[in-house]
Write a protein of this length. Structure first.
Ligand code: KG4
Ligand code: ZN
Length: 335
């Protein structure tokens, strides 16, 4: 069976084709226009999805050598995300599924991220239960995955998401958007212990996160410096700020692992692309005797391959949706 996956929840218009659980092709059109505003402009995101969706779907079909008549189902992100952005993908998917007379499958974007570790489809998912650390631009959450579609929230950020901490920190440091990759490269050659930033909630017995105090600490640190000093110290500041975010992620993950006794971990979302996080997790997994998987780099950030794979598992479990499928900007994994 062949599934077309569609993703338009934020600033990437993406389409993918998956046959029998294996990826055949995927295309991502990233909306670079937001960079000059230092963040996503929702109205602009909707307009660009509207412009890009047909060419992106056509390109994914062409690249995989698939015709519309070969499709068995259409899987689409219906939340969480920006309402106007989600509406473009969902409306397109409904129209296509209706015209072809094939099932429509609504996928939670975060569930898509969770499946990204098992792309391009050759590897098996972790044995249940496992813990998933989802760290993206909008969410930082810890879930216990007990089975397909069975998610239990262990902890979440009480304020900003980890990706948001990277994005806002980068803006303060005069770096580009998105901030994660920008801070990662600015941190190269810097000393991670040069500036002593706080680790909010470190040692707290509940596996929640908080990043707003860290962001404020960066703001106050930078206020004391001249532009020249910031420039000269940028690598050290970026490395120290990045290390603080990573320490928080690993400390909270460790609490979740110890609390549940579950030692299989899947890390997902845009922040899972971070090279320093990946190497720190590798050494942590050795000392904690945990098994850690993360997505191949190209599937860490938003894409439709993960939506198609999640949709495939819905389809196999007999879960499809009717054409009243709503967009749900605040959709939760356990709803
Ligand atoms: O999952 P994603 O592509 O979109 C959302 O669902 O939000 O995540 C985007 C976030 C952004 O905040 C971006 O700065 C962050 O992921 N990110 C990174 C890296 N690449 C992307 N953060 C740290 N290091 C990276 N290499
Ligand atoms: Zn995402």
């Amino acid at each position: 069976m062949t599934i077309l996956g569609i993703e338009s929840s934020c600033d990437d218009t993406a389409a993918a084709v998956l046959t029998d659980g294996r990826l055949r092709a995927h295309i991502v059109a990233t909306q670079l226009d937001h960079a000059r505003y230092g963040g996503i402009v929702p109205e602009m995101a909707s307009r660009l999805h509207e412009q890009n969706i047909v060419p992106v779907v056509r390109a994914a079909l062409e690249k995989s050598g698939t015709g519309f008549s070969d499709l068995s189902a259409v899987a689409v992100t219906h939340g969480p995300g920006l309402a106007g952005a989600l509406a473009v993908g969902v409306s397109f998917a409904k129209g296509l599924a209706q015209a072809l007379g094939i099932p429509l499958i609504g996928v939670n974007h975060m569930e898509g991220h969770l499946w990204a570790s098992f792309l391009p489809g050759e590897s098996e998912a972790l044995r249940h239960p496992f813990i998933c650390l989802l760290a993206s631009g909008g969410h930082t959450q810890l879930w216990q995955v007990n089975g397909s579609g069975d998610y239990q929230l262990l902890g979440r950020s009480l304020d900003d998401a980890a990706g948001e901490a990277f994005d806002k920190g980068a803006r303060m440091l005069g770096l580009s958007y998105p901030g994660g990759p920008a801070i990662q490269s600015a941190a190269e050659g810097g000393q991670p212990d040069a500036v002593s930033f706080p680790r909010p909630l470190a040692g707290d017995p509940q596996p929640n996160f908080s990043f707003s105090g860290l962001k404020t600490a960066l703001l106050y640190y930078l206020k004391k410096l001249t532009e020249q000093e910031i420039k000269a110290q940028r690598a050290d500041i970026a490395a120290s700020y990045q290390a603080a975010i990573i320490d928080c992620l690993i400390d909270r993950l460790q609490v979740a692992v110890r609390l549940t006794g579950v030692h299989s971990v899947c890390v997902a979302g845009g922040v899972s692309a971070n090279a320093s996080l990946r190497s720190r997790l590798k050494s942590w997994s050795r000392t904690e005797a945990a098994e850690v998987v993360y997505p191949p780099l190209e599937f860490c950030t938003d894409n439709a391959a993960m939506i198609a794979l999640a949709g495939y598992h819905h389809y196999k479990a007999g879960r499809t949706d009717d054409f009243t499928l709503p967009i749900v900007p605040g959709l939760r994994l356990d709803s």
